[in-house]
Write a protein that binds this ligand. Structure first.
Ligand code: 26Q
Length: 835
């Protein structure tokens, strides 16, 4: 691009060379005042903390931008290998406190705010969450890019800039009501729009083939309805290392000529409506909901992400290397976050074949050497299958390419297992039937050199079950990468007092090398240390009590056992099992069985997909049970059940430091990994859990004596399906009978007859896939062991310290190092801090 803004004689670098911005209190005060007064136009009469938040964020953002440019130029000069994390979700949450921590300016900024007479916490809390994700998968993407920047890896995140993120949850009469989350309403100071990197994405139309001068078949995709993808970049700072990577999010916008064409035909209203269709593509984040499967708009979102991101990478490549793709695969790697962006396999083929003229063999070799796929679920209903007819209409050229990929693949299967037609049908990317489907997971596996699960058990089950045939064919593609969470956000930033105690005890190495937390182990035997640890936990619990009181006017007793389950509401996660235990405790109190009672506060939070009736019913049940228990004077402080509305990233930052007990009670074999479990463990909560997902590895690290295990194993669950008889289990357990009786007699829905019938029926069904009744007794006994441990506060504190000390494995720094060593193979790049 010619730099037309410059006069011929001007050296162009002069307009961007600035003295480095100061990182001390004095500079932050000056910059804060400048932004507050001159840019935002506010004065001392302004009451809203929002503008103070913005002024400070602008000052912080300036410091990030300096480092961001350095990083960009350093990568460019080195021409190093890059990786791209393609994800439909980046659940970032808030950015200000994370940016302050990673820049290493949190103390200077706090001192500046103090001098300005401002409350740091109030500023931080006025930032709205960037809720561009549903739950685990989206938050994992956010933790991953933090670790990539901290490990100095040249990794770019590519995603979508939804106008509306995850809905806001309100509870009305115990039921979930969804409100749109217009998170951009007050502006977003962290992003920079980059029209110069706009991409054009095609939809619809038809294909036309011809034979070129060399005798090769060439295809063009024409008469398309194009949409523009506008990139918005957000800086991703590493921890105190000068690296600032990029998260690039695409927004769909209408093309100009699109409208003109309609205008010329004189149909103004149609033209405007069409513009809306284009811009609707990135309007809203889809909830994680089986009912939303197959929606055309979702496929448009997926293709926009895949196509715009690949075009972006390729444009960069061509800018440097021209049309020579010989070394492309050595220099680029795409990690697919589940199958959601897996149309990228076909799109890369299209770009290489149709736009850059490569032969099929060469294009396919490049694709298979650059794509890597991560699976996040074993639940068959969550596996993406797109109808062939929908794809033919929306993405005709991609559908052709998928058929061609499948033809080549079927030839390979047939060569390996001649005549095995059953296997061919099982493995085909195209599922035959009246409404043919594209199996996106199979497309992802066939087109990738690496396929991974997200915890040991999950990866093993993928190989033995869901992807067994593929594992037989290509065992070397399969691997495990146990998830993690970033210790910057999930310990250093969210629990500053505990972080300080840890640093004072073992130094601050843990922030970038979490296994150093093991050095805390001996301090579990130190009574003075235990006392400090217990005091901090109590202070964090008090903070949580105050937060609940201020935000939701709920009173809780700080000395109760804080028993927490926060995650998406889903039958497999078994919030209902938790409720059954609460009803059991309630029944014990009512019957006067309160000897050595341990006061308990059960906190449950999470969103239900709007179309998932059973999940919504679970929320209603939790609220109704809470109502009865919390308003019964005979219960008092002994037991409390609280539903926390609108659970989100910023809520977890307040919740996890104050938790005593972490509920990880999914049916074994169903939770791919879980990552909330890791946040709780790091912050010194003990886990009650099944042998599922990463719980298994958490227990291995913590030691079985520091983990409350219960429930059937995955293979026991599978075996049990043949002869599961929940009624027989109930008949043999009088306490369970009491619980079921309370539920069935309408004790919790006196004026709403029958509303929980479907929940009760599901529990008692011999076909209940979640086997809640099967695990009830074992769960109750594990909860009794929890109480026994909690009665001995000193023993509990020891276990708490040992859990934090054993949490080192669950840093995304470890996870990302493994991705890099075994999949991406990038060289860390040191970005000079003082350029
Ligand atoms: C699918 C089709 C249509 C619309 C939406 C979706 C959709 C969206 C989001 C399907 C699934 C998701 C998210 C899944 C998810 O969060 N999975 C979790 O990933 C975590 C990170 O690996 C694991 O720890 C959890 O165990 C897993 O449930």
């Amino acid at each position: 691009m010619p730099h037309r803004v410059f006069r011929k004689s001007t050296p162009k670098s002069d307009i961007t060379k600035l003295p480095k911005l100061g990182l001390d209190k004095k500079h932050f005060i000056a910059d804060f005042k400048h932004y507050y007064s001159h840019r935002l136009g506010r004065d001392e009469h302004c009451r809203s903390p929002h503008y103070a938040y913005e002024a400070l964020s602008l000052a912080i953002s300036d410091r990030l931008v300096e480092r961001w440019k350095n990083t960009y130029n350093t990568y460019k000069d080195l021409d190093c290998k890059r990786a791209y994390y393609l994800s439909m979700e980046f659940l970032i949450g808030r950015s200000l406190s994370n940016a302050m921590l990673n820049l290493g300016v949190d103390n200077a900024v706090k001192a500046a705010l103090y001098d300005l007479g401002l409350e740091a916490e109030e500023l931080v809390d006025s930032e709205v969450d960037a809720g561009l994700g549903n739950g685990g998968l989206g938050r994992l993407a956010a933790c991953f890019i933090d670790s990539c920047a901290t490990l100095q890896l040249p990794v770019t995140g590519y995603g979508l800039r939804y106008e509306y993120g995850m809905f806001t949850q309100q509870i009305v009469n115990g039921e979930q009501v969804e409100l749109p989350d217009h998170w951009l309403r007050m502006g977003n100071i962290w992003e920079i729009e980059r029209p110069e990197y706009m991409a054009r994405v095609k939809f619809g139309g038809r294909t036309q083939s011809h034979i070129d001068e060399k005798g090769n078949k060439r295809t063009t995709w024409l008469d398309t309805h194009d949409v523009l993808a506008m990139p918005y970049d957000t800086p991703v700072p590493g921890y105190k290392n000068g690296t600032v990577n990029t998260l690039r999010l695409w927004k769909a916008i209408a093309t100009e000529e699109f409208n003109l064409q309609e205008f010329n035909e004189g149909d103004y209203a149609e033209a405007v409506a069409q513009k809306n269709t284009a811009e609707n593509i990135t309007m809203v984040l889809y909830p994680n909901d089986a009912n939303e499967n197959g929606k055309a708009l979702r496929l448009q979102q997926q293709y926009l992400l895949a196509s715009a991101s690949l075009q972006d990478v390729i444009a960069n490549w061509v800018g440097r290397h021209g049309n020579n793709f010989t070394h492309f695969a050595e220099k680029n790697c795409f990690q697919l976050n589940d199958t959601h962006p897996s149309i990228a396999v076909a799109e890369l083929m299209r770009l290489l074949l149709d736009l850059h003229g490569l032969a099929w063999k060469d294009a396919w070799a490049i694709t298979c050497k650059t794509m890597a796929y991560t699976n996040h679920t074993l639940l068959p209903e969550a596996l993406e299958r797109w109808s062939v007819s929908l794809m033919e209409n929306l993405l005709p050229r991609l559908m052709e390419i998928i058929f061609d990929i499948n033809a080549h693949f079927m030839a390979e299967v047939s060569a390996r297992w001649p005549g095995d037609n059953d296997r061919m049908a099982r493995m085909s990317i195209i599922e035959e039937g009246r409404d043919k489907k594209v199996r996106m997971a199979y497309l992802a596996i066939v087109g990738s050199f690496s396929v991974n699960g997200v915890a040991e058990l999950h990866s093993k089950l993928l190989q033995e079950g869901l992807f067994r045939d593929f594992y037989e064919l290509w065992p070397y593609k399969f691997n495990n990468k146990t998830n993690g969470v970033t210790p910057r956000r999930w310990l250093a930033a969210c629990n500053p007092d505990l972080a300080e105690l840890i640093t004072a005890t073992i130094g601050d190495e843990w922030i970038t090398n979490l296994s150093a937390l093991a050095k805390l182990r001996p301090f579990a035997e130190d009574a003075t240390f235990r006392k400090k640890w217990a005091e901090l936990k109590r202070a964090n619990k008090q903070r949580l009590v105050n937060y609940k009181k201020d935000e939701h006017d709920i009173e809780i007793n700080v000395d109760a056992l804080f028993d927490v389950q926060v995650k998406r509401i889903h039958e497999y996660k078994r919030q209902i099992l938790n409720v059954l235990h609460v009803i059991y405790l309630y029944d014990c109190i009512k019957r006067g069985e309160t000897k050595n009672w341990v006061p308990r506060c059960v906190l449950i939070g999470g969103k239900a997909a709007p179309g998932y009736a059973m999940a919504k019913k679970s929320i209603k049940l939790i609220n109704n049970v809470a109502n009865v228990i919390n308003n019964d004077p005979a219960i008092g402080d002994k037991l409390r059940l609280v539903f926390m509305p609108n659970y989100r990233v910023s809520a977890m930052e307040k919740i996890c430091p104050g938790a005593d007990l972490s509920e990880q009670i999914s049916t074994a074999g169903k939770e791919a990994s879980g990552t909330g479990n890791m946040k709780f463990m790091m912050n010194g909560a003990l886990t009650i859990g099944t042998l599922d997902g990463a719980n298994i590895e958490i227990r291995e690290e913590a030691g079985e004596e520091n983990f409350f295990l219960f429930g059937l194993t995955e293979s026991e669950v599978e075996a049990m399906h043949q002869h599961y008889n929940p009624q027989a289990i109930i008949n043999q357990d009088s306490e369970l009978q009491n619980v079921m009786r309370l539920l069935e007699c309408g004790h919790f829905n006196q004026f709403e007859p029958g509303i929980f019938d479907d929940i009760i029926a599901a529990l008692k069904s011999p076909h209940d896939p979640w086997m809640t009744i099967a695990d009830f007794r074992s769960y109750i006994e594990a909860q009794k062991r929890v109480e026994q441990a909690y009665r001995d506060q000193d023993r509990w504190t020891k276990m708490s310290i040992l859990n934090t000390a054993a949490s080192g494995k669950f840093s995304t720094d470890r996870t990302i190092s493994e991705y890099n060593q075994e999949i991406w193979k990038l060289t860390p790049v040191n970005v000079e801090k003082n350029q």
